[in-house]
Design a protein around this ligand. Structure first.
Ligand SMILES: Cc1ncc(COP(=O)(O)O)c(C=O)c1O
Length: 511
């Protein structure tokens, strides 16, 4: 791109060539549309070629190597003047060639799903038209599409008609909203204070949230953001399948009260990050009611089961919660970001609602003009709902549910396969699609299973043929598969297990 800079003789102002506006500002100008079409075509060509060529989830390239390549591009060179072709070629070097492929059947590490092609078409609309979902005058039809999907999700959850929800950036943000509502609901109902206006009462330092000891770390982070501190979390022990132990929950509530603390909420997890275990939601709801506690369900992982005729019963009890988190970018196969926060009663929105005269004035609300910003802790917000819309319109509920069902089947296969082997230790029955286990061969020497399994995870990543991950259980290192890809076959799983054994044996030879 040739930027022609001249100086206006009279005003001394720089005049930039009109080309840079016409071609690069996305508009209905002919040169802009031409540039858009050509550029997108090139991008799609590069991505398709790259995806087709790469057969492994990673290349095994070192951190040093990738860092050096990016560092070789100096900030002084951010002057533009490169063609799209040049930037695409450069991108191959600094990112594309070595990026991790979540869609590879042997990527079975974290909660990253392969994504669906209709969502990529939706992404083109989302980014190109760049609607913002905060107000009607920035989103128009987008608001009603999002509302329709909220209504659909409330339906699959079994929430009452009075329920409401909002798309969020992820499970972390949805959990933040759940805890925020729990905190403010308690304050409004127990103190002569409006937390939105006045902040927290001095007793807030005694507020406690009960959740299982294997619940997601975002609860702790969020409680510190909410001014309650990470110590507000009371971890409740789990049973042998990593589900919250109800007797221990009741004991913990009693103990906190005896200590003079103030339990305000229970968070049940429907699909823990490591084990996919689902807490006993119906019993938790009963205990929450008995003790007048808010009940939030973190179904960031397990939410996808709600659309499966085979598995939806596992989430029975979510309909009894006060609020819930569902991550579409996990088990609904959506690209990041796509998540939702739901509440059983739309009046809870009042705890976060704010009227800004420039955006969603009271007068506009009285006129009946819809706005979503009152329900969100974000202001400008992407039209992520469109991806789920395309998915449900093109693939449909049954098709979508079959993907996770396949992953659950694969998890059962893996568990049975490993259980039959004497050199592996399985420590739970997978309920969704995460499996935690470790390689425990008898090598005849004094091998530490922690060091062995850590080595295996790293060696597999550095080789690039597969990606698995690890976690700790009682301070011991275990390996973890998170199976989400419906294209992963039992043969893929057996091949990854063979890699574990291979690298394990290599380790034993070295040690
Ligand atoms: C149970 C659970 N809750 C919340 C989260 C956070 O979700 P996100 O990464 O979308 O913020 C995760 C992420 O893995 C999770 O597993």
């Amino acid at each position: 791109m040739n930027i022609v800079k001249q100086t206006n003789q009279n005003t001394n102002e720089a005049i930039i060539s009109q080309d840079i506006f016409k071609q690069y500002v996305f508009s209905n100008e002919k040169s802009s549309i031409t540039n858009y079409k050509n550029s997108m075509k090139k991008a799609i060509h590069v991505i398709s070629k790259h995806v087709k060529k790469r057969k492994t989830p990673f290349t095994g390239t070192s951190i040093k190597n990738i860092k050096e390549r990016i560092e070789s591009i100096k900030l002084e060179n951010f002057k533009g003047q490169h063609s799209l072709n040049y930037v695409l070629e450069e991108l191959k070097e600094i990112y594309l060639n070595d990026c991790v492929h979540f869609h590879n059947p042997k990527y079975i590490a974290h909660l990253n799903c392969p994504i669906l092609t209709p969502t990529l078409v939706a992404e083109a609309f989302i980014s190109s038209l760049n609607s913002s979902m905060d107000t009607w005058d920035q989103s128009t039809g987008g608001t009603f599409i999002e509302l329709k999907l909220i209504e659909w999700t409330l339906g699959i959850m079994g929430y009452p008609k009075e329920g409401d929800g909002i798309f969020t950036s992820g499970g972390t943000q949805s959990n933040l909203m759940g805890l925020l509502l729990a905190r403010d609901y308690y304050i409004k109902n127990n103190y002569d204070i409006d937390p939105k206006m006045d902040g927290l009462p001095s007793e807030a330092s005694k507020f406690k949230i009960l959740c299982s000891e294997v619940s997601h770390f975002s609860l702790k982070k969020n409680l510190s953001l909410l001014g309650l501190g990470q110590n507000a979390v009371v971890p409740v022990s789990v049973d042998s399948d990593f589900k919250m132990n109800i007797t221990k929950l009741e004991q913990a509530i009693r103990k906190q009260k005896e200590l003079g603390n103030i339990p305000i909420a229970i968070v049940g997890t429907a699909g823990t990050t490591d084990f996919g275990s689902i807490d006993p939601l119906i019993e938790i709801s009963r205990i929450a009611k008995k003790n007048s506690l808010w009940f939030h369900v973190d179904a960031a992982y397990g939410g996808g089961l709600l659309i499966s005729e085979t598995h939806k019963n596992k989430l029975k009890g979510i309909e009894l919660s006060d609020s819930a988190t569902i991550d579409y970018h996990k088990t609904f196969y959506q690209p990041v970001s796509s998540s939702g926060f739901f509440m059983r009663d739309k009046s809870f929105v009042d705890y976060i609602k704010y009227h800004a005269d420039y955006l969603n004035s009271k007068e506009q609300e009285e006129e009946g003009i819809p706005n979503m910003v009152k329900k969100s802790i974000q202001t400008t917000r992407r039209f992520d709902a469109l991806k789920l819309w395309f998915t449900l319109r093109i693939i449909g509920v049954e098709g979508l549910s079959s993907y996770l069902e396949k992953a659950v089947e694969n998890a059962q296969f893996t568990a049975n396969f490993l259980r039959e082997r004497k050199d592996f230790e399985m420590i739970h029955n997978p309920e969704i699609s995460a499996i935690v286990f470790r390689y425990t061969p008898f090598f005849g020497n004094d091998v530490s299973y922690c060091n062995l399994n850590s080595y295996i995870r790293k060696a597999i990543f550095n080789e690039g043929k597969a990606i698995i991950t690890s976690t700790k259980v009682n301070d011991e290192v275990f390996l973890k598969f998170t199976l989400l890809n419906p294209l992963t076959t039992t043969q893929d799983i057996e091949e990854v297990i063979a890699l574990i054994i291979h690298h394990g044996q290599q380790y034993s030879l070295k040690n």
